[in-house]
Design a protein around this ligand. Structure first.
Ligand code: URA
Length: 181
């Protein structure tokens, strides 16, 4: 088990546990407050994130920032990470094996941060954290308590770019999260 942020950063930055290391430009570990009460977990870095080494800085991230602003959440006060820390080529979904190999890093982040609430952004985050039996359409907006953490699944911000109708539900879910604090 990784016990410190220094260890985590060192191990992530030199990780070669899966093939994603061959095509990455940067390992995208996470961003935000290391004592955050709310943590957000996405899928994996896209091209912008891979280039900058920071999660959710592309179009989907900008949309998420807008929602944060509207609801009064400051990006610096939450922590944002992904299921996998290196970009899957062509933005494909991470494979199970990649997610499993990367899980130790995410588990360590959760343990070091010790958040009260974890927002799961989309199906990949939901299924990898809570189990394959969950689906985003039926689970979104619900509070699922497990091991003293309240999980709130919602749509992935990239899904809002494809379907405007999901925006209002995403906003509603984030509002609910902000009111849980
Ligand atoms: N999509 C994700 O799931 N994570 C990011 O960091 C960016 C886009």
């Amino acid at each position: 088990m990784i016990r410190t942020w220094e260890e985590l950063e060192e191990q992530c930055s030199k990780c070669t546990k899966c093939n994603l290391c061959n095509t990455r430009n940067n390992v995208v570990i996470g961003t935000g407050s290391k004592s955050a009460k709310i943590m957000f977990i996405g899928e994996g870095p896209g091209a912008d994130e891979d280039a900058q080494g920071i999660p959710f800085v592309g179009k989907a991230g900008q949309l998420m920032n807008k929602a944060f602003e509207g609801i009064g959440i400051r990006r610096e006060e939450v922590y944002i990470a992904n299921i996998v820390k290196c970009r899957p080529p062509n933005n494909r979904n991470p494979e199970d094996e990649e997610a499993i190999k990367c899980k130790e890093f995410l588990d360590s982040q959760i343990e070091l941060i010790n958040p009260e609430i974890i927002v799961l952004l989309g199906n990949v985050a939901l299924k990898n954290i809570l189990g394959k039996e969950y689906g985003i359409t039926s689970s979104r907006g619900k509070i699922i308590e497990k091991d003293k953490i309240k999980y709130v699944p919602t749509f992935h911000p990239a899904a809002l770019l494809r379907d405007e109708n999901k925006k209002i539900l995403f906003w509603k879910d984030l509002k609910k999260v902000s009111q849980m604090m």
